[in-house]
Write a protein that binds this ligand. Structure first.
Ligand code: ADP
Ligand code: TPW
Length: 590
């Protein structure tokens, strides 16, 4: 820690007094930096300003990587994605009130998705905030953050910085991971303390996300249920991807022989081309399965809450039973009854299930796996026909078939994906081959994660990133292409440009001069945006042009934006969730 020490003379000595030894001190800035370093947190995603500008400079000087963004939401999204990819909390650093609020969306989104991150915001003086006397960027940030994250802490004294950061780390990664807010008032940074005492006050967190071993009887209950299943199904969620228990999960799937479905961010835990993948027969298996094993997946809206038509209607629903593996006991029974909860970390739970299978484990009946194989064959043949077409202008499918081939050739590349139709089509068309290579809109279906997630993916892995973006989706974080260029990151953004939100053909019902609310400037050249900052911009109107540009981008690693012109009549309102639009839902009920 010697590099961060300041030497300050003690109080002015009297002329005849013996010379006092200079006292070594450390300030709040450096205590924060040292606490992060001590815990292996080596990257800060943020945006400078009062009172944290010096913190960003000093952190950089002390060897941390500081990635500076154009808007805090994207810095926050980057921290969240880094948390998901690495299992360590991603750090986002913002200024007070408005900067904090800009970061808060990302913090709430991280919490919703169970990604570990810590939002650290500078704040203004407590005395003034508490009396509401109107400080520069005054806000009671701790109170605002509390309902939107897993935990929130404030540190008032330099000697508590170590504890504050340790508590933030533990809260972010233990149990169900999530977002944590850490409030650091401006005054804290300039506080000093004696250096040795400062060093002693820091905490290196031991075992921040301890294994949680499931109760043996819960494992046995699950195995008993699974043994009797005629049409079993495994559903892998992004909790399974996060858990980094890839080998155990693979062993569980392959030893049981049970067909599985990956949720979008669990794609690649096993290659999408795996024999047991039931993705191409998704509707069929969800309707038919009699015992479903949920592995780090919640029965939320993305799974139709575990009931209704998606699950084969009331009769099938009544007969179906669930096994749910999750670290959060309160998740159980949140939508439908769970017959066999297995509570613990996914690695330990899945390993315990595999150990309990025994030597006489019977793989699922062949009439079940055979029926799935038939459906898959049919659907995959149909999909291959669609993908082989080369319409002009491009369709979502023809453009995505190019990306699909690229990812097949570079399975280590990370795919970031947002939009509506662009998301839905990419999820089913672009096969993934390795775990944690797909980042997308997640539990909220939120737009705006694109560039932040891309930056984090590139920074944490150094691998090529392919961001598959609807044109509307891209707009939420588009300015961060400057960030991508500034750090020279190997990110290739493909904007699926169909001139609007969902599509570009809506009309203004009033006949007035304004275009419809979902329509953008026609034939926009998003590629020029990348060129403005020194990256490569490509305007692609055919699949061949897209293919050439994408190959070039991945090979060169240069920041690239491909403006892929898609038929503006292609795409449906809200993609595959049209039914959630209030009018559509109401019409259906009538
Ligand atoms: P998806 O959207 O892919 O279906 P969800 O985000 O809904 O996935 O669900 C993830 C689940 O995984 C959450 O309920 C969370 O508590 C759980 N989870 C996250 N990490 C772990 C872990 N290490 N062990 C067990 N469960 C985990
Ligand atoms: C923070 C609502 C869902 S999808 C979408 C919006 C605005 C954009 C769809 O158009 P895009 O994709 O990106 O051009 P495509 O492939 O259909 O052409 N604000 C937030 N989150 C969400 N989800 C919305 C608005 C929305």
């Amino acid at each position: 820690m010697s590099s961060v020490l300041e030497s300050k003379p003690a109080a002015a000595p009297a002329a005849d007094a013996p010379k006092a030894k200079p006292q070594e001190t450390i300030d709040g800035f450096h205590l924060v930096i040292e606490a992060l370093k001590l815990n292996g947190l080596d990257t800060i995603y943020g945006l400078p300003g009062i009172p944290i500008t010096d913190l960003t400079r000093m952190a950089q000087a002390e060897g941390l990587r500081v990635i500076s963004f154009r808007h805090e939401q994207h810095a926050g999204n980057a921290a969240a994605a880094a948390g998901f990819l690495t299992g360590k909390p991603g750090i986002c650093l913002t200024v007070s009130a408005p900067g904090f609020l800009n970061g808060l969306t990302a913090l709430a989104n991280a919490t919703t998705n169970c990604f570990p991150m810590i939002l650290i915001s500078g704040s203004s003086e407590r005395e003034i905030v508490d009396l509401q006397q109107g400080d520069y960027e005054e806000m009671d940030q701790l109170a605002v953050a509390k309902p939107l994250c897993k935990a929130a802490f404030r540190v008032l004294h330099a000697e508590d910085i170590g504890v504050g950061i340790a508590r933030a780390i533990r809260a972010a990664v233990s149990g169900r991971p999530g977002g944590v807010y850490l409030d650091l008032p401006a005054k804290l940074f300039a506080q000093t303390m004696e250096a040795e005492a400062g060093k002693r006050s820091l905490i290196e967190v031991v075992d921040p996300a301890p294994r949680q071993i499931p109760a043996p009887e819960s494992v046995q209950r699950a195995l008993d249920l699974l043994k009797g299943a005629k049409k079993p199904l495994i559903l892998l969620g992004k909790g399974a991807a996060y858990a980094q228990a890839d080998a155990d999960i693979r062993a569980f799937v392959e030893k049981t022989g049970i067909p599985y479905l990956p949720m979008s961010m669990a794609k690649g835990l096993l290659p999408d081309t795996h024999d047991q993948s039931a993705s191409a027969a998704r509707s069929y298996v969800l309707q038919e399965a009699d015992v479903v094993v949920l592995v780090g997946a919640r029965l939320n809206w993305l799974l139709s809450h575990g009931k209704g038509k998606t699950w084969g209607g009331p009769e099938k629903g009544a007969a179906r039973q669930f096994i749910q593996i999750d670290i959060a006991p309160t998740e159980i029974d949140s939508n439908v009854a769970i017959a066999a909860p297995v509570i613990g970390d996914i690695g330990s739970c899945v390993a315990a299930l595999v150990a309990g299978l025994g030597s006489n484990w019977q793989k699922p009946p062949s009439d079940w796996t055979g029926a799935i194989a038939d459906k898959k064959d049919k659907n995959l043949t149909k999909m291959a026909e669609t993908l082989a077409k080369r319409p002009s202008p491009m369709s979502f499918q023809s453009a995505l078939s190019v990306v699909r081939d690229m990812v097949k050739a570079r399975p280590d590349a990370i795919v970031v994906n947002e939009g509506a139709n662009t998301l839905d089509f990419a999820r089913s068309i672009v096969d993934m081959y390795e775990p944690r290579k797909r980042l997308d809109v997640g539990t909220w279906g939120i737009m705006g994660i694109g560039m932040g997630f891309s930056v984090a993916a590139a920074v944490t892995t150094g691998k090529p990133v392919i961001a598959i973006e609807g044109d509307s989706a891209f707009g939420f974080s588009g300015m961060e292409v400057e960030t991508i260029c500034r750090y020279d990151l190997p990110v290739c953004v493909i904007v699926f440009n169909n001139n609007g939100v969902y599509r570009g053909t809506d009309k203004n019902a009033s006949g007035g001069a304004d275009v419809a609310p979902t329509v953008f400037v026609k034939n926009a050249r998003y590629d020029k945006l990348m060129e403005a900052f020194g990256g490569v911009g490509v305007h692609a109107t055919t699949a061949d042009e897209l293919d050439r540009a994408l190959k070039e981008a991945v090979a060169s690693g240069k920041p690239t934006l491909i403006n892929a012109v898609i038929d503006e009549t292609a795409g449906t309102e809200s993609g595959r969730i049209t039914s959630l639009n209030p009018q559509t839902a109401a019409a259906k009920k009538q």
